[in-house]
Structure formats: C-alpha cells, structure tokens
Design a protein around this ligand. Structure first.
Ligand SMILES: NC(=O)C1=CN([C@@H]2O[C@H](COP(=O)(O)OP(=O)(O)OC[C@H]3O[C@@H](n4cnc5c(N)ncnc54)[C@H](O)[C@@H]3O)[C@@H](O)[C@H]2O)C=CC1
Ligand SMILES: C[N+](C)(C)CC(=O)CC(=O)[O-]
Length: 488
C-alpha cells in the first residue's frame, strides 16, 4: 500500500522526473503537470532508471510504489497535495506566473522550488502566500543523490520549513539548511566556479573537455565525494593539519592561480568549441546509457560509503533505520507458523542465473530467526548479558525461484524446544508460494564459558508456550530431510 500522501510535481523534465521517481519509490502518490506532450515518456524513462537504481541502496524493503498520474492543469495536479515541488525551466517570470496559478488552488501547501540559483525572496515576489514558497534545490540524479539545499527567506514560516525538511528526510534525502539566502545557494557557487574555470581552460586551448574530466575523475573528484573540501585539505596539511595547509598554500591567493575574476564571452564560437569536444569525447554513448553508467558507479560508491557509515552512506543507513522503525511490529499468531520478517529481493541479491543467489536464502532465514529470537527476549540486550543462541546446523531446501523485486516473508515453526535446544523450521515465501525452507538447530550458549547452558527463565517463559502450541501443527514433510535428490 502507498502511504496515501500526494506530491505534486510541476515541470516534468530532468529534475521533475527525478523528484517524481523519488517520491513514487518512497510510497507517495505523485501528480505531474507539464504542458510538454513528451513529458510522460521522459518521466517514464527517468522512473525506469530509478527503479533499477534506488533499491540497490536499501537494505530494508522499499515501500509499495505510489501511483503516478499526469494532469492537464496545475489545479488538478495540486489538488489534495501534501507537498508541491516546482521544477520548471530556470526563468523567474515563468516561475512567478506558475506560482500565481498554484497558489490560486493550493495557497497553504508547502512548495519547494528546484531553482539552481534564484533566491527565495526573488521567488516570493508578489506571491499570494510567500510563507509557503522556499528553495529545495536537488542534485541530478534526484532519485539517488541525497542533498537538497533548503533555503528560506525571512518571509517563511519556520514550521513550514521544518515540515519540508522532515518530508525530505522521509524520502531519504539530506536537507541542508542554508542559513542565509544568496544567488546560487552553496553548492552551485562551487559548481559555477569550477565550470567557469573549465570554460577558460578549453577556450584558452590549455585542456580539452576530456582532459579536464580526467583531471577530476582520476583525482580530486574521488576525494571530494567522500570528504568534501575542508576535510580533504586538512589531511593535505600533514600532521599539523589545516594550519600548516593554510601557511603553505595561503600565498597562492595572491598568485594567478585562477581566472575567476573574469568570464569567457558566451557566444557561438564558445558553444561550438565545448559542444564539439564533448561530442568527440562521449558521443559514442547515448544520454540514457551515460545515465545508467553514472547510476551504477554512484551505487557502488555509495554502497562503500554505507559500509563505512560515512558521508552520504550515513544518510542511507539512517534512512534504513527510520524505515525499519516505522515498519509495523510483527504480531505473530502462535497457532500457526509465525511470520517474523518481511524482505524484498534487492539487485545485490541476484546472481549470474538472474535469480536470488544461494547465500541470500541463508540471510533471509537468519533475518527471520533473529526476529524470532528478539520476540522471545533473546535479542541484543540478552546477548550483551553474555548469553545467546548459536546455530549448530542448517539445511536449506530450494523449492522455487525468487526474482528481483519479489517481496518475501519468513515464518517460523518451532519443531521442538527444551532448555538448551531450539529446533526451527523456517519458510521463505512469496505470497502463498514456498520459495525455500530452512531447518535449523540452535543451541543456547554461555558465551564467556564457550559452552551450552540452559536459557534464562524469562526466555523459556516466552519460548515454551510457542513450542507447545506448535506441537499441534502438521510436521513439515521436508523436516528431517537428508541431502539427496529423489530418483526419478
Ligand atoms: N538540470 C540540472 O542539472 C538541474 C536543474 N535544476 C533546476 O530544476 C529546474 C528544472 O530544470 P530541468 O529539469 O533541468 O529543466 P528541463 O528543461 O529538463 O525541464 C523543465 C520542464 O519544465 C516544463 N515547463 C515549462 N513551463 C512549464 C509550466 N508553465 N508548467 C509546467 N511545466 C513547465 C518544460 O516543459 C520542461 O519539461 C530549474 O529550475 C533548474 O535550475 C536543479 C538542479 C539540477
Ligand atoms: C548546472 N546546474 C546549475 C543546473 C547544476 C545544479 O543546479 C545542480 C546539479 O545537479 O549539478
């Protein structure tokens, strides 16, 4: 089920399509308004990329995707919306005209603008309700990159801004509150500085577009993606850190190391030069191919950051934790196998045969078993007290295939239990279809002594009634099976 909240996306180009995809894949319903007849096709292509990419960053099931509609008017798109994101072309007069129409129908709904550089006070000029208009500047691809610069003016209601930041966190983003409005916010001032410098280098014949890209991606681009600018330079100062760095490189400020006081003239000659070199460099790939290559690289990079709980990876981990915390608690019936875990088959779980790889069945079983252990009071707090259940034996029986995106459940049937032993039968199912069963024998252990021992009474008090109730269940035919294929 979607979360029944609605985001209205006004302007369905590169950025509007990215916002639509992020909201949809976070369970929101999305209405798009864009007069371009090609907009539905373009949004569908961005959405296809997002579906292939965003789930690869999650380690908890994604919510059910919301419903996407295209509307013929701004009025219909914003009707009933909980949040509006404007992503039309970067023209102030156009944005003002569109805001007047939006606020005729939805004057009180928070509205973020994707503007790359207009200040919120400029966007709010002559608006019916300036308090709800603010900058929410994302980065392409919006469905993967977490940053959204949130820039309010003094006309904004702080409640609206805090609520918008919360909505963005909920869809997995990192809202960076820009405290003081300024043209081009924070990040685009850097991008613009680097862009202007690069245009000069090409125009002056110092480097080609390709050489500039190599200079970035073989070197400082890799550093920036995980440490930013100041942390990187702090390390470059050696043991004495930033102070030594400044002492050494401070004088460069007065050397001719930049041409930023000047910009190249924007004319046909410059456009020909840059576009021609760029075509020669990358024209062999379609834009869609480049988008997919970019997404795969970003996923790999962000997954590494997630493994080390660092930078953008920290945002991903926090988002998983938030989803886990808001997932409904299992309230398993003891009169039947108890559904303890809900999972989704993610891209990293797929092997070269195109289906869920073997190790993930053990993972799915382990997630299910851990949830059951938490349920009987043998979770992490119990382990911290020096006791735990260790697995002594597992037997996986593959009964079907699970494919990318399948939603799976893991249920537990207790075959037998005593003070020390816990014999489980775990079923991994897609709906009613059994995909695999795992028979598992666990032993209760005193971790310090490295020996089996009786479980604590509090655990046994919860476990034994379940074991008793499960005696009434039919014993699974696969329980006690040995490894071997029946002869046909
Ligand atoms: N392309 C980029 O890298 C980034 C762009 N932005 C900002 O996002 C906004 C949109 O940029 P892009 O998506 O790149 O442009 P785009 O040209 O891909 O899309 C703009 C869309 O707005 C639609 N549009 C024009 N007038 C409209 C109206 N009256 N009502 C509804 N839709 C209308 C156009 O048909 C078009 O589909 C701009 O403010 C831009 O500065 C922000 C971050 C990055
Ligand atoms: C070039 N740009 C100003 C539109 C860039 C942005 O606004 C952010 C981005 O995604 O690079």
């Amino acid at each position: 089920m979607s979360n029944n909240r609605k985001a209205a996306i006004i302007g369905g180009g590169v950025i509007g399509g990215g916002w639509a995809a992020r909201f949809l894949l976070s369970g929101w319903n999305v209405s798009v308004f864009d007069p371009d007849p090609e907009a539905p096709r373009k949004v569908a292509e961005v959405l296809a990329n997002a579906r292939a990419a965003l789930p690869a960053l999650a380690d908890v099931p994604m919510p059910e995707e919301g419903t996407l509609t295209f509307e013929d008017s701004i009025h219909d798109a914003v009707e009933g919306a909980d949040y509006i994101q404007e992503s039309i072309s970067e023209r102030l007069d156009l944005k003002h005209r569109v805001y007047a129409q939006i606020q005729q129908s939805a004057p009180h709904v928070p509205m973020g603008s994707s503007t790359s550089g207009f200040k919120p006070s400029q966007l709010q000029e002559n608006a019916a309700n300036p308090a709800t208009i603010f900058v929410a500047h994302p980065f392409n691809p919006v469905y993967l990159l977490p940053l959204a610069e949130i820039v309010p003016s003094d006309k904004n209601d702080s409640g609206v801004i805090e609520n918008a930041k919360e909505i963005l966190r909920e869809i997995g983003m990192f809202p960076l509150h820009v405290r003081k409005e300024i043209d081009a916010h924070i990040a685009d001032r850097f991008l613009e500085a680097v862009w202007r410098e690069a245009l000069w280098l090409v125009k002056d014949g110092v480097a080609t577009t390709e050489e500039i890209d190599e200079a970035i991606r073989m070197g400082f681009g890799l550093r920036w993606g995980q440490m930013g600018l100041f942390e990187t330079y702090r390390i470059a100062g050696g043991e004495a850190g930033m102070k030594h760095f400044l002492d050494q490189f401070g004088p460069c400020l007065s050397w001719p190391w930049t041409r930023l006081m000047d910009v190249p003239e924007y004319n046909d000659e410059l456009v020909e030069l840059i576009a021609g070199q760029s075509d020669a460099q990358s024209g062999m790939h379609s834009i869609r191919d480049l988008e997919r290559i970019r997404d795969r690289n970003l996923i790999g990079f962000m997954r590494v950051l997630k493994d080390s709980n660092w930078g953008a990876g920290k945002v991903l981990l926090e988002h998983d934790a938030r989803r886990r915390a808001t997932a409904p608690d299992p309230t398993p019936e003891t009169a039947a196998p108890m559904v303890m875990a809900h999972m989704q088959v993610l891209p990293g779980w797929i092997d070269y045969n195109g289906h869920m790889t073997e190790s993930r069945y053990l993972f799915a079983s382990s997630e299910t078993c851990d949830a059951f252990l938490r349920h009987i009071g043998a979770g992490l707090d119990y382990v911290a007290g020096g006791h735990s259940y260790y697995t002594a034996e597992s037997h996986i029986l593959h009964a079907g295939e699970a494919k990318l995106g399948d939603r799976l459940t893991g249920s537990v049937q207790v075959l037998s239990a005593d003070e020390k032993r816990l014999h489980l039968f775990i079923r991994i199912q897609r709906g009613d279809t059994l995909v695999a069963s795992i028979e598992q024998m666990l032993l209760h252990v005193d971790m310090k002594a490295g020996k089996t021992c009786a479980a604590k009474p509090a655990v046994l008090d919860r476990l034994m009634p379940i074991a008793e109730a499960h005696k009434a269940l039919e014993r699974p035919a696969a329980a006690g099976r040995f490894v071997g294929a029946p002869r046909g």
